[in-house]
Design a protein. Structure first.
Ligand code: UDP
Length: 245
């Protein structure tokens, strides 16, 4: 039986705040390299969370694998090493999709709601992925006018985001973690069957708010944003609960 060889890492395509994206010997695959760098507040606050890249790759790879098994198509192909994830190449749709179960962060501020209150149903929000504009909130009309995605694509994205939420809420609850909110990114495939919309990027304590179910302690990037200390320990604990020891 012949198996396809793993594509080799090639030139750097893009360096973001938390990851570097490399091309590979396969034009339809990329490698995401997870860094320890952390930024917040439009990159005005910068720092390092020791070993974050290794932990986030471990968590994201594990969750993408489980999501794949539960019927959500993602860009994940394989975890290649501690910091490298092999993924299908996507043309990223410039819409950040936030799903919320509990009031926190910008929702609390914008609507004057009390942080920690459970929402009666999940809220899906869209933000324009533009660092130079500080990722402003946008709605489906803005998305059409800006030509970011079609209404069919956005309908598919909403369904997928809610499926991810349903899966993660249950999975994390069983591991004593309350899923407050999280951000997803989607993109269009470039290879065979080009144009299919898949879940991309990562799911990790950098992109989710995760609270301990009993103590309500924050176990995510808010520890860095708000200088709460014990950042590395919290990320490690999330990995332990999600992936096992
Ligand atoms: N989030 C993210 N990247 C962003 C903005 C938000 O991963 O550029 C995540 C954030 O960690 C949280 C959720 O999306 O889990 C909702 O964030 P919110 O809109 O409350 O903004 P924030 O308070 O993080 O500025």
């Amino acid at each position: 039986m012949s198996s396809t060889p793993t594509p080799e890492r090639a030139e750097k395509l893009h360096e973001g705040k938390a990851k570097i994206v490399y091309a590979t010997s396969d034009p339809h695959m990329i490698i995401q390299y997870f860094k320890d760098d952390a930024t917040a507040f439009d990159a005005k606050k910068r720092g390092t969370i020791v070993n974050k890249g290794v932990i986030n790759n471990r968590i994201a790879s594990h969750l993408f694998e489980l999501l794949g098994e539960s019927g959500v198509t993602t860009h994940f192909v394989a975890k290649l090493s501690d910091r490298e994830m092999l993924c299908r190449r996507l043309q990223i749709i410039l819409v950040e999709v936030v799903v919320r179960n509990v009031v926190a962060g910008s929702l609390a501020k914008r609507l004057g709601m009390e942080e920690g209150a459970s929402l009666p149903r999940p809220i899906v929000e869209h933000y324009y992925k533009r660092d130079d504009l500080s990722d402003p909130p946008i709605n489906l009309d803005h998305i059409q006018v800006l030509n970011l995605a079609t209404s069919e694509e956005m309908l598919h994205i909403r369904r997928e985001a809610l499926k991810v939420n349903e899966f993660l809420v249950k999975y994390l609850d069983q591991r004593e973690i309350r899923l407050v909110d999280f951000k997803l990114e989607f993109g269009r495939t470039t290879g065979g069957g080009a144009g299919a919309v898949l879940l991309g990027d990562e799911i990790s304590p950098d992109t989710c708010r995760l609270w301990d179910k009993k103590t309500h302690e924050k176990m995510d990037k808010d520890r860095f944003r708000r200088d709460l200390g014990r950042i590395e320990e919290s990320y490690e604990e999330v990995a332990r609960r999600i992936c096992g020891s």
